[in-house]
Design a binder for this molecule. Structure first.
Ligand SMILES: NC(=O)c1ccc[n+]([C@@H]2O[C@H](COP(=O)([O-])OP(=O)(O)OC[C@H]3O[C@@H](n4cnc5c(N)ncnc54)[C@H](OP(=O)(O)O)[C@@H]3O)[C@@H](O)[C@H]2O)c1
Length: 349
């Protein structure tokens, strides 16, 4: 099978590097273009990221000599993955869609647009219906698909099967978010050593609004948001990767605890599609009383699984539990790649 050519916008940043790592040896996609700001453009990739490659695996040899370009829609590829800084992503992604490219974006700019799917294929694959509206708007083959914020995705993946089966009325979530979520250089070391920062700008609003779009429906070609009350409190903690979240939920129908656990374990709606980035189990339930923990559990399912543990009765709402998801894999590059794989098997590429 001939591989589909893909480009990466924002290829030099934290998420861009993750795209490069995850797409090395991808069975369906091949990196043909790398783009970033004019600071990096016209340099070989190895030189553009000299001293700032931040992953434990080396830069793939195939990309070190590739020339970084500016983010202009003249790239030789069918699709672009966007890991652009939010200050610039909005108009750049639109330009690419107008020029006929499929854009799979990590940035927040278009997530809440009324014709842009905010997609987790296991949760709301039906939201891809709005792609046709975008193709008409852009008068061609181009469109934008987004993946959720890195803390929203873990929460929604874990509660989606519960919402489907029992109906969720309320969610209270407190996050402990990793440093890599802030990009590089992120939070100053002297601010985070021996400390927890109880504020991440804009994060609580994103969790509270994106969750409702994701758990909502498509009716008459429009997204109808879920009728759930969500309250989020977001904290930055001294962990490199992996967002941990303490969650309490109130349900319409409260099942027995064993049944709720089984519902989480059996959730696997993409199983038959065999997508390369789809984990064997999207939700892994940990039985040990002190798990999940970022350092030990974030790489389960190659960083694409949502790990749930400490499931117990909540004396205020119905149940409470702890969630862990890898913020730069399932929460960013891995999510956008999974979205693209889903689009491919549905012949939307
Ligand atoms: N980090 C996470 O866990 C995470 C999770 C989910 C979503 N996101 C979102 O993903 C995006 C990237 O995050 P990040 O952490 O990778 O950020 P980052 O490390 O700061 O990287 C930003 C990228 O954008 C490029 N860029 C900046 N200004 C530009 C301009 N004017 N024109 C073209 N390119 C420009 C940079 O290129 P240069 O190197 O040339 O400056 C770099 O490649 C953000 O929108 C972020 O909110 C991040």
């Amino acid at each position: 099978m001939e591989k589909i050519k893909v480009g990466i916008l924002g290829a030099t940043g934290m998420v861009g590097q993750r795209f490069i790592q995850l797409l090395e040896n991808h069975p369906w996609f091949e990196i043909s273009e790398l783009a970033a700001s004019e600071r990096s453009a016209e340099k070989p990739y190895g030189e553009a990221v000299y001293g700032r490659w931040k992953l434990e695996t080396p830069i793939p040899t195939k990309v070190t000599s590739m020339m970084v370009k500016e983010c202009k829609p003249n790239l030789d590829c069918r699709m672009v993955f966007s890991a652009l800084d939010a200050s610039i992503a909005g108009p750049v992604e639109e330009e690419f869609a107008k020029a006929g490219y499929v854009v799979s974006s990590n940035s927040r700019n278009h997530r809440m647009d009324e014709d842009v799917p905010l997609l987790i294929p296991e949760v709301n694959a039906d939201h891809t219906a709005s792609i046709e509206q975008q193709k008409k708007k852009y008068d061609g083959r181009g469109y934008i698909v987004t993946n959720p914020n890195c803390s929203t995705i873990g929460l929604v993946l874990a509660v989606a099967p519960l919402h489907k089966k029992y109906g969720i009325k309320k969610i209270i979530v407190t996050t402990m978010q990793a440093l890599s979520g802030a990009g590089f250089p992120g939070v100053a070391s002297l601010d985070i050593i021996d400390n927890v920062i109880p504020f991440i700008g804009g994060e609580e609003g994103k969790m509270e609004s994106e969750s409702l779009k994701l758990l909502g429906k498509v009716e008459g070609g429009k997204f109808v948001f879920a009728d759930i009350k969500v309250s989020a409190s977001c904290n930055r903690v001294n962990v490199k990767d992996g967002h941990l979240e303490s969650v309490s939920i109130k349900l319409e129908k409260k099942p027995a605890k064993d049944e709720l656990i089984l519902t989480l374990k059996e959730f696997n709606p993409l199983k038959e599609l065999n997508l390369p980035s789809s984990p064997p189990q999207p939700i892994i339930v940990k039985e040990d009383e002190n798990r999940p923990q970022p350092r030990y559990d974030r790489d389960l399912g190659k960083g694409m699984a949502c790990v749930v543990g400490r499931i117990r009765e909540c004396p205020v709402l119905d149940y409470k539990f702890t969630i862990l998801s890898h913020n730069t894999i399932r929460g960013a590059a891995g999510a956008a790649i999974l979205n693209a794989e889903y689009l491919k098997v549905k012949e939307l590429l």
